[in-house]
Design a protein around this ligand. Structure first.
Ligand SMILES: NC(=O)c1ccc[n+]([C@@H]2O[C@H](COP(=O)([O-])OP(=O)(O)OC[C@H]3O[C@@H](n4cnc5c(N)ncnc54)[C@H](OP(=O)(O)O)[C@@H]3O)[C@@H](O)[C@H]2O)c1
Length: 234
């Protein structure tokens, strides 16, 4: 029960990673508050998770939207930001720049700003970057990769700024998250080391550990979680 007494806001909950983080956090004794814009999805996820889970519907992509969701979430001890969105573009047609900077830089910063008055010494903030931001420079991922790179730097900057409050800021950089989370299955059978993709469970377990006190000395870094797939890309 590594997260007993914790209440984690998971902003931008999908049926994949966000759902899996919620499941493993509850298994470790936490309560979770899930956020997304689609209420139907959240109702179904919360129903499957039981009474340790609740939800707040809302768009967190503006300062007011983030403040509103954090306020309605009640007391929280930790924040996990899994807000997503992916598109491909190039410098010849950088059509995704505004959306990617909004989703992967502005939105996480609005959420951290809105949460600061609730977080305290011992709290953890977890961001989700991407191996695309760290290791590869594909010609069709201009806005996505640049935005995720900015988020990776934000982890360091925020961790530095929040040192004196005793709040850790950490991140993971997944490779490819395959499909939806399914509680209770043997997901390890679904991948082998070196595969580019893995089920949400593999990434969610690392996030859950990062929230725990076992990871207290990990701060201001983004950990690649890719089963070593990046070693095949260079
Ligand atoms: N999938 C991958 O292979 C992969 C690889 C590397 C990194 N990542 C990163 O890992 C994280 C989770 O990935 P994922 O595939 O689970 O993400 P996702 O489905 O693309 O996004 C997560 C959820 O964020 C919610 N969301 C988006 N904008 C929002 C907003 N303004 N306010 C509130 N909720 C919002 C969406 O739900 P609603 O539409 O209901 O709001 C969505 O289901 C993301 O940060 C993603 O960029 C993913």
């Amino acid at each position: 029960m590594r997260l007993k007494g914790r209440r984690v806001l998971i902003a931008g909950t999908s049926t994949g990673l966000g759902y899996a983080v919620a499941y493993f956090s509850i298994n470790e004794g936490a309560e979770v508050v899930l956020n997304a814009r689609s209420e139907k999805k959240l109702v179904e996820i919360v129903k499957s998770l039981g009474d340790k889970a609740s939800y707040v519907v809302g768009d967190v992509s503006t300062p007011q939207g983030a403040r509103d969701v954090v306020s309605r979430a009640g007391n929280i001890t930790d924040l996990v930001i899994t807000v997503g969105g992916y598109l491909e573009d190039t410098v010849e047609s950088p059509s995704g720049l505004d959306e990617m900077l909004k989703n992967h830089i502005k939105t996480p910063l609005y959420l951290v700003n809105a949460s600061l008055e609730k977080l305290h010494e011992g709290s953890t903030i977890v961001m989700v970057s991407s191996t695309r931001a760290l290791y590869t420079a594909l010609p069709n991922q201009l806005s996505y990769a640049i935005a995720k790179s900015g988020l990776t730097k934000a982890v360091e900057i925020l961790a530095s700024e929040l040192l004196n409050k005793g709040i850790r800021v950490v991140g993971v950089a997944p490779s490819f998250i395959m499909g939806d989370f399914v509680p209770g299955r043997d997901w390890r059978k679904m991948r082998k080391l070196g595969d580019a993709g893995a089920p949400p469970e593999d990434f969610a377990q690392v996030i859950t550990w990062l929230l725990s006190n076992e990871a207290q000395w990990v701060n201001g870094v983004v950990i690649p979680v890719d089963g070593g797939a990046r070693l095949k890309w260079v």
